[in-house]
Every structure is written in structure tokens, then in C-alpha cells.
Design a protein around this ligand. Sequence first.
Ligand SMILES: NC(=O)c1ccc[n+]([C@@H]2O[C@H](COP(=O)([O-])OP(=O)(O)OC[C@H]3O[C@@H](n4cnc5c(N)ncnc54)[C@H](OP(=O)(O)O)[C@@H]3O)[C@@H](O)[C@H]2O)c1
Length: 272
Amino acid sequence: MLGTVLARYLRGRGEEVIGWDLPEHDVTQVDKTINGIHRVRPEVVFHLAAVTDVDGCEKDQGKATSVNFQGTWAVALGAEEIGCKLVYMSTDYVFDGQSRRPYREKDETEPLSVYGRSKLMGEKAVVRACRRRFIVRTSWLYGPHGRNFVDTIRMLAREKDRLEVVGDQVGSPTYTQDLCEPLYELAGSVKYDTYHMTNSGQCSWYELAREVVEVVGADSRVIPIDTGKSGRPAPRPVFSVLENRNLHKRFGRQLRPWQEALRDYLGETPAT
Ligand SMILES: NC(=O)c1ccc[n+]([C@@H]2O[C@H](COP(=O)([O-])OP(=O)(O)OC[C@H]3O[C@@H](n4cnc5c(N)ncnc54)[C@H](OP(=O)(O)O)[C@@H]3O)[C@@H](O)[C@H]2O)c1
């Protein structure tokens, strides 16, 4: 999702972009990945590749670790060897959800799931291997070019008159398009650090689903259910709102409210 949108944005800014993806480029092929970075010699590597199926990671821990940790380590080594900048996308799922306020960048991490642990290992690999690095944690992504919660609800709302959605997990839905400009600005700077980057505000999955149903004008009734009833294998934090503290402090930036971004997305993107 994010890779396609970011590549288009960067090209629109006049940047040359070389996009890597499976099957031609597999980050778990360590030597090929490092050699590839040597060959291309980019100014910046945006490392977005990951296994992002949170429930799937519980079933295949080996794949999660190999892509999200070892693959990230290879990318970080390659970036360090040629002295370029690295932007690594990470996740709100590095936190355990027990905080009573939005998480700050320096708060203690304690992932609950295999996915969260593998992404945190990726963060640590980046810190160890690469000096010119930005770690960017985001959350609840949606946008074109990939499966996501917003599209699923939009589709189901056309087919079903009743939708059950988890109401006891709270986070910040984030539109991939809204990350592009701040990521570009970040990568153009030398303010190396960890950043939280999400649309502002917070809601539960249930509240997000209600908003989607309302914006698309569907009649479905949305019913909140507890996480325990969702039958999902991966544990998720009950609260994973990220305070975008460093982004605000260093760049004076705050992303727009999630409701506004959602309306733009649903208005601009035809339902599939
Ligand atoms: N989605 C979210 O809600 C969310 C939230 C927080 C953080 N993030 C992070 O943000 C980043 C972008 O997320 P996204 O939702 O845009 O991800 P996405 O749509 O799942 O895209 C990830 C890409 O990585 C590719 N990939 C998987 N294994 C690979 C490998 N071994 N080598 C090279 N490429 C590989 C995938 O290819 P295939 O499709 O062929 O597998 C896919 O094209 C990820 O790092 C993710 O962890 C996402």
C-alpha cells in the first residue's frame, strides 16, 4: 500500500525512484539486497517491505522474523555501507497497549504479537547497523493498492445489513497519502531519530467502521464486539495511539484528523 503511493508522490516531486518488490527483489536474500543497494547507490532507502499480515505472522513466525528482522538488517547494512539515509517504517504494535496516554517515541516497547516483535527486532537492527536512520512508527494504514480495513468495511457494507466490529481496541487510522509529504521532508533532513506519524485523533475499529458506513451512505448496522469474540489469533494492544511528538517538535507538523482523511479517501477512490 504505502510503497506505491509514496513512489508516485516522490516522482511527482521530481525525484528518481527505483521501486523494489517481490518476486524480483526479496530482502531475505541478504547478499543480493546489499549488492543491489551498492549498485543503485540511492540517496535514501525507504524500507517499507514487510510481512504485514498480523494474524498470519502468529502462524509463521519464521517468515515474520526472516523478512521483518533479517531482511531489515540486510537493508540497513547496505544503506550503512554506501553511507545513504534509511527510513524504516515500523508500527504501533511494538507497544503493549497498557498506557493511559498516547505513546511517545521514547516509551518502553513491549510487543504482544509475533508481528510486533519482528518489527521491533527490525527497529533494533536498524539502530545497530545504520547511523543515518529514521524509524517511523505508524498505525492502522489504509489507502489504495492493498487490502485494508476501510476497503473491507466499504465492501461488506454493500453486502450485509449487520457488521460486527471490535470496539475495545483504540488507535489512529492513517491514510497512506498523508504520510508522503512528512516522510519526504524527514528524508530530506538530518534529524535522525524515531518518529511517530499518524493522522490525529483516535477511535476504535467499531467507530472507524461506523464512520465508513456513514460516509458511503450504507444502511448496515455496526455492532461493537469484544476482542475476545473476534476470533483473531494475534493479540493486539487495546490502546495504541501514538503521540506525534518528535514530528511536531522538530518539523512543526501535525497530520490532519483521521475523519477528514477518511472522507477524502472514500470520496476520491471508487469502491472495488
Ligand atoms: N498496514 C498497516 O496498518 C501498518 C501499520 C503500521 C506499520 N506498517 C508498516 O508500514 C510498512 C508498509 O505497510 P503496508 O501496509 O503498505 O504494507 P503492504 O501493503 O503489506 O506492503 C508490503 C510489501 O512488502 C512486500 N514484501 C513482503 N515480503 C517481502 C520480501 N521478503 N522482500 C521484499 N518485499 C517483500 C510485500 O509483497 P507481497 O504483497 O507480494 O507479499 C508488499 O508488497 C510496513 O513496513 C508495515 O510493517 C503498516
